[in-house]
Design a protein around this ligand. Structure first.
Ligand code: ZN
Length: 300
């Protein structure tokens, strides 16, 4: 009798500790690292979701794997890289997150072992729970190789003698992709779609400080985009802002069915602006419960 009581007490105590641990795990700070090829890609693809995470006290870092030094029709080189780094730092301050720009030339990113080490170290140092990147069949070579490099790091982050200077991860993070429109070999198919309506203005404000890319048009822009009269400049700013809002509205429209999986049909029908993410087959493979912990924005 005594033995069975002691065992019962032990079982209850173990269950209590397990429940406390589960609660702590549910509430603990999340750490997310997003990779983009250029200083603006992460902000475009995940700026709203990052602002949501940041507002709940989670830690987000945006990394650009190139310095963006050919991303303008008039300017290039060091001065453009410096300008774009400042732009992205200002944008990420608005979102409430950390930023890093890796000093690799724009248009020249390759999936080398050296770059695999850079990406592996960044993921480990951030102690990431979740890692995001472009898909490896996006249109721009730097986007594609960002996707390849992040995929190549997805297993290596756990291997102790690859980059032994930074401790290997005990838990493999979850890896996810940003959306694109490319159909071959397979179209983007999101696993999580996030309502960003509540932070849309913050995202648009952040994109709005990246003048070189959006008001001036980046690599494919021209002087014609830059009106001299202040009224016309205001018009240009509004035009850019409206364009980005439409882009996030079209994601909500395109993935309305998947929104319903997370918000329920009624609520999903009212979502105006969204960001979407697809699970990578490498890295940890989360179930819906784990995804809800990684994206703690759904009430149902
Ligand atoms: Zn880009």
């Amino acid at each position: 009798m005594k033995k069975s009581l002691t065992l019962t007490t032990f079982a209850v105590a173990t269950a209590l500790i397990a429940s406390v641990n589960t609660t702590q795990a549910a509430e603990r700070e999340l750490r997310i690292i997003c990779f983009g090829a250029h200083p603006d890609d992460c902000e475009l693809q995940a700026g709203g979701t990052a602002a949501l995470w940041a507002s709940k006290g989670h830690k987000v870092k945006f990394v650009s794997l190139t310095n963006g030094d050919i991303g303008h029709w008039r300017d290039a080189g060091g001065p453009l890289a410096t300008r774009r780094k400042k732009e992205v730092q200002e944008a990420d301050k608005i979102l409430g997150i950390i930023t890093e720009v890796v000093d690799i030339h724009d248009g020249e990113l390759l999936p080398t072992v050296e770059n695999r080490r850079i990406v592996t170290r960044l993921i480990r140092e951030w102690k990431a729970d979740l890692v995001m990147s472009h898909r490896p069949n996006d249109y721009h070579p730097d986007h594609r190789y960002t996707g390849v490099l992040v995929q190549d790091a997805a297993y290596m982050v756990t291997v102790p003698f690859f980059c032994p200077d930074v401790p290997a991860m005990q838990d493999n993070p979850v890896f996810m992709y940003y959306p694109d429109r490319f159909q071959k070999p397979n179209p983007f198919d999101p696993d999580v779609v996030v309502d960003i309506g509540g932070v849309l203005d913050k995202k648009l404000d952040a994109l709005g400080v990246m003048v070189s890319q959006f008001y001036e048009g980046g690599a494919n822009g021209s002087h014609k985009l830059l009106p001299e009269e202040p009224e016309k400049q205001k018009g240009r700013h509004q035009e850019v802002r409206d364009g980005f809002a439409r882009r996030n509205a079209s994601l909500a429209e395109r993935f309305r069915t998947q929104l319903a999986d997370w918000y329920g049909k009624d609520k999903a029908g009212q979502v105006k602006y969204a960001e979407a993410f697809e699970l990578c087959e490498y890295g940890a493979q989360p179930n819906k419960e784990r995804l809800k912990k990684l994206f703690p924005f759904f009430s149902n």
